[in-house]
Design a protein around this ligand. Sequence first.
Ligand SMILES: Cc1cc2nc3c(=O)[nH]c(=O)nc-3n(C[C@H](O)[C@H](O)[C@H](O)COP(=O)(O)OP(=O)(O)OC[C@H]3O[C@@H](n4cnc5c(N)ncnc54)[C@H](O)[C@@H]3O)c2cc1C
Length: 468
Amino acid sequence: MINLKKVKNPMPEQDPKVRARNFKEVAEGYTAEMAINEAMRCLKCRKKPCTKGCPVMIRIPEFVAKVAEGDFEGAYQVISETSALPAICGRVCPQENQCEGLCVRGKGGEPVGIGRLERFVADWHRVNAVEVDTGREAAAEIAEAGKTRRVAVVGAGPAGLTCAGDLAQKGYDVTVFESLHKAGGVLAYGIPEFRLPKAIVAGEVKKLEDMGVKFATNAIIGRSETVDELFEDGYEAVFVGTGAGLPSFMNIPGENLLGVCSANEYLTRINLMKGYLPEYDTPVQQAKRIAVVGGGNVAMDAARCAMRMGAEKVYIVYRRSMDEIPARAEEIHHAIEEGIDFQLLRNPVAILGDEKGYVTGLECVEMELGEPDASGRRRPVVKEGSNFVLDVDMVVMSIGTKLNKLILETTSELDANDRGGIGTDEGAATSHLGVFAGGDAVTGAATVILAMGAGKTAASSIDDYLNK
Ligand SMILES: Cc1cc2nc3c(=O)[nH]c(=O)nc-3n(C[C@H](O)[C@H](O)[C@H](O)COP(=O)(O)OP(=O)(O)OC[C@H]3O[C@@H](n4cnc5c(N)ncnc54)[C@H](O)[C@@H]3O)c2cc1C
């Protein structure tokens, strides 16, 4: 039976006024009844456009049909064939531009809540299912037969974790080298607890440890040792998934004042170093009035964290309009509900400070939209003489990140691509024999699911390479 309701079953959420001051998860998740009801909205289209919209081609109608039947474990098994991190992707994937963007139900109403169902199924499995640990058994069998071959994974973000998991399942002896003290990459240090509880990320890392994957944290490859030295240590292949975490700044006057930081630094201090918990003495500035410059997911996360850290006023300063803003629709909606003030068509020109070097304001100009530029978006043009000052004591820059060149500079025969990332072929192989790469380190800042897909491709290529 098909449920003809035009709108999705609403997601239970914390009240905006309450949640704007706590770090608990905003979306509380479907109940089994809501999930079945939502799954029954699927039309079971023969052409499966939703699957085509998924970067890792999850068999969406099949898993949704299992949810409709109440077979949640069956649904989990379908998703697991192609996705390594469903509890994470169900929470953070930009479904509106992917699977749900192509859902036929979206034409006369809202698409099926595929992301919500994926999250439900993954959470259900986490709580109810008994793990069948095939990966660990396979790894143990191969190790016993004396065939274990060592692979190094550099970077413990979604690309590295997925690659490590797939390789361990194929029986390789995998060590993940991570420069921070905790595995997870952006999932651990960037995306805040209220969008992605860290217990979920830790659970995924634990699963890998149980499969025999080793983690060497506080290890900066390129400094502690180089990729070339990993081969000398006996690793037969190396996967580089080091992300693109180097922040960009605007190069405007005042960026060196006290109270200016990058969104990555701000979020790391709050999320990874637990600056939001009173029992941790993480140094994070408790500003009262904060401007976050930028309009992506990272900017929304920083602004919403600022609110939860006790700020009285939080601005998003973005140089285009709401039509061009790049953050996920849901994040923008949540930010508005939580009281973030969107200063659209505004661009900073200087950060102002007092005689002690502390931020006192953000000087901006008003913008209007001109002709489309190379990106196809209308170019923002300054309205002459429109300068004004936002009264703030902290400015968080969130205008994009780049690749840190350390690995490119310290690895022999490793070529860059034309975007400045690590160059690879379609199978994730780099110009250095035995070195593979994927995720943001190759593409520049992208998405969790694309990084995960790249980790899978690389694991398969590494397996082929080592069995040539
Ligand atoms: C705040 C924020 C919010 C985001 N929100 C979303 C979202 O809602 N949905 C979505 O799909 N995407 C989102 N993204 C983007 C997404 O998180 C990234 O595209 C994804 O994490 C990239 O995965 P990765 O494995 O390539 O790199 P990362 O997650 O960046 O992981 C790379 C890891 O490598 C480590 N590393 C770097 N250099 C070295 C070295 N030399 N030696 C050892 N280790 C090293 C880093 O410490 C890091 O842990 C967001 C990004 C940010 C910053």
